[in-house]
Design a protein around this ligand. Structure first.
Ligand code: XIL
Length: 340
């Protein structure tokens, strides 16, 4: 009989869930199935639960891929993160139109409520945490809104901050057992951390049911350092929020290398690889020191497929995950699994 050695999910079972983002195509790979079985206790649909995928036309739902993933998770007794309800990307065109004009505020609220009701009724049993709101703050944009750097999305233009509050309240009613999250990138430091803290504490003061903050964690081989990470965790914890690292990948490139197309690496340079492994080890170890951290999810499983292969530069190979292209564990996994 094959004895299963401890995987990440076992090592960290008293601290947090360990997860990965998946699609149907990935779940159909045998090696992915084996890796999930051994290492992961949480799954997120990489795309299948986004608005335009679930409700491509008004009141016509396409549950196919989301059901496939949810059923896999049910069979395996793995929890799911629900990703996502309000986001400026991957929304269907009909959502912001009404009779050929811009949708009215009242209609948009109704459509949102209907979407939340249908989606939560279907996945209530398996989704333990919802990213109710994703990437609503944009500190880089020149046309940021009002006092809190709100992104000038179609949602915000029509519904204002009110629609964000409404979304959390609706979701709480529809999925009373689920933890409700605000999820974003770059929110571990700088202006984005400050804006997010202000936003979340004012939402909490107003009685909006928010349980936690998702730190996406689209990071680089040389970022973040330990101090940054601890400061972010401690700042959010001080508001009484839970923290989940929801979309971790550690790019072989820095952000400022995004446009240097002549210098793409044929393979990950060893020095960067070693730093990346150090980053991964540090993230898991630091997170395990804080009770408020409840999940570490990577945005994919193995380097054979990552969205970073097309972002922010098209067709640029990247190696940002915990397992290599053959699903072999990288040194960070080996070291973490030997750490107990
Ligand atoms: C990405 C997916 O990985 C891609 O397949 C898709 O084309 C675009 O969206 N922040 C998020 C995720 O919250 O939903 C995004 O996922 C990555 C950035």
């Amino acid at each position: 009989m094959k004895v299963m050695e401890n995987g990440l999910k076992d090592i960290f079972k008293d601290s947090f869930l360990t997860g990965a983002a998946v699609s149907r195509a990935i779940l159909e790979q045998e090696a992915a199935d084996e890796t999930i079985t051994r290492h992961f206790s949480s799954l997120t649909a990489e795309n299948a639960m986004k608005f335009s995928l679930l409700q491509p036309q008004e009141n016509i739902f396409d549950w196919n891929e989301a059901d496939f993933i949810a059923n896999y998770a049910r069979r395996k007794n793995i929890k799911m993160r629900g990703h996502t309800i309000i986001w400026h990307n991957q929304t269907p065109e009909w959502l912001f139109l009404e009779g050929g004009n811009k949708v009215s505020k009242t209609t948009l609220f109704k459509r949102l409520e209907n979407h939340i009701d249908k989606v939560s009724a279907r996945y209530n049993d398996i989704v333990y945490a919802w990213d109710v709101l994703n990437e609503a703050i944009d500190t880089d944009s020149s046309d940021f809104c009002a006092d809190n750097y709100f992104r000038n999305s179609e949602w915000f233009k029509t519904g204002g901050r009110e629609i964000f509050e409404f979304a959390f309240k609706c979701m709480r009613e529809a999925s009373p057992k689920a933890k409700l999250f605000y999820n974003d990138y770059n929110n571990e430091s700088g202006a984005k951390l400050d804006s997010t803290l202000r936003f979340l504490s004012s939402m909490l003061d107003a009685g909006v049911p928010i349980d936690g903050v998702g730190i996406q964690g689209h990071w680089y081989y040389n970022f973040p350092d330990e101090k940054t990470l601890r400061h972010a965790i401690e700042s959010y914890s001080a508001l009484g929020l839970e923290i989940e690292f929801t979309e971790v990948d550690i790019s072989a490139y820095r952000w400022d290398e995004a446009k240097e197309s002549a210098d793409f690496f044929p393979a990950m340079p060893n020095e960067r690889f070693l730093e990346q492994q150090q980053r991964f080890i540090e993230i898991f170890k630091i997170a395990s020191e804080y009770k408020s951290v409840k999940n570490i999810t990577t945005w994919g499983i193995a380097d054979n497929y990552t969205w970073l292969g097309n972002f922010p530069v098209k067709n640029r190979k990247n190696w940002p995950l915990l397992f290599d292209e053959q699903y072999r564990e990288k040194p960070a996994v080996t070291e973490l699994c030997a750490s107990l």
